[in-house]
Design a protein around this ligand. Structure first.
Ligand code: ADP
Ligand code: MG
Ligand code: MG
Length: 207
């Protein structure tokens, strides 16, 4: 199985659906250690990304990444917009002019996306950010990339475990870092939306 443009579009639509289902929870998490807008930011951004894919009708992975990334950057004011936007722009640049991604190519695109988020946000694992879910997810996908569906499933599990592990951490990046020690004892909201991103990828792969 390979991910073609239609499968990539399903991934983003499923991400939008999951974000919309979990919007209130994402906002509640962000109200504990941030400014209570992560649910609204992600709902607005992912809806704009789906709309952009419908109007732009990309034919290459590069065009797909640009459409989704630009929609996220231009509609989300918070930190998460530029970060997820960069993820999709770099994902697309990795896939380039190709019309589909097999397992290893999808692994490379996910790795490029993660590297983009790291170079933009300068967070390290353990800083209590989306990186704490994205890093183990990409590692898990790469490890199993020869079987795309099972790789996507293990990436989703690794993202969720990485997100769960943010609870005791003290935030060192983003708004939550303003709280210092008081940020401990809460999940990082961006890590939870990243778990949804990889759960959506697994669901798209299974379809
Ligand atoms: P804002 O904090 O601007 O209101 P959001 O609430 O939408 O934006 O997103 C907050 C999430 O962004 C955090 O939970 C965290 O996961 C992520 N984040 C913030 N800063 C960084 C960073 N420098 N690197 C990686 N992720 C970050
Ligand atoms: Mg916020
Ligand atoms: Mg905000």
């Amino acid at each position: 199985m390979a991910f073609d443009i239609a499968a990539l579009g399903r991934w983003v639509a499923l991400f939008r659906d999951r974000v919309s289902d979990e919007q209130e929870r994402l906002t509640a998490l962000d109200s504990a250690i941030g400014d209570a807008d992560h649910g609204a930011n992600m709902a607005r951004g992912t809806a704009a990304a789906v709309a952009k894919l419908e109007s732009a009708t990309p034919t290459t992975v590069g065009e797909f990444g640009k459409a989704v990334g630009m929609a996220l950057v231009s509609t989300v004011g918070g930190a998460s917009g530029p970060l997820y936007g960069t993820f999709f722009l770099r994902f697309g640049a990795s896939g380039g002019d190709g019309a589909e991604l097999d397992g290893p190519a999808l692994a490379a695109a996910l790795r490029a996306g993660l590297e983009g988020v790291v170079s933009r946000g300068k967070a390290e694992p353990g800083d209590k950010t989306m990186i704490d879910a994205m890093t183990p997810a990409v590692d898990a996908f790469e490890a199993g990339a020869s079987d795309l569906v099972s790789a996507a499933r293990s990436a989703a599990r690794a993202a969720r475990a990485g997100s769960d592990a943010t609870e005791p951490l003290v935030a060192r990046k983003g708004r939550a870092s303003y709280l210092g020690e008081r940020s401990a004892g809460h999940l990082d909201p961006g890590s939870v939306s990243t778990a949804l991103l990889f759960e959506a990828l697994a669901a798209a792969a299974e379809e």
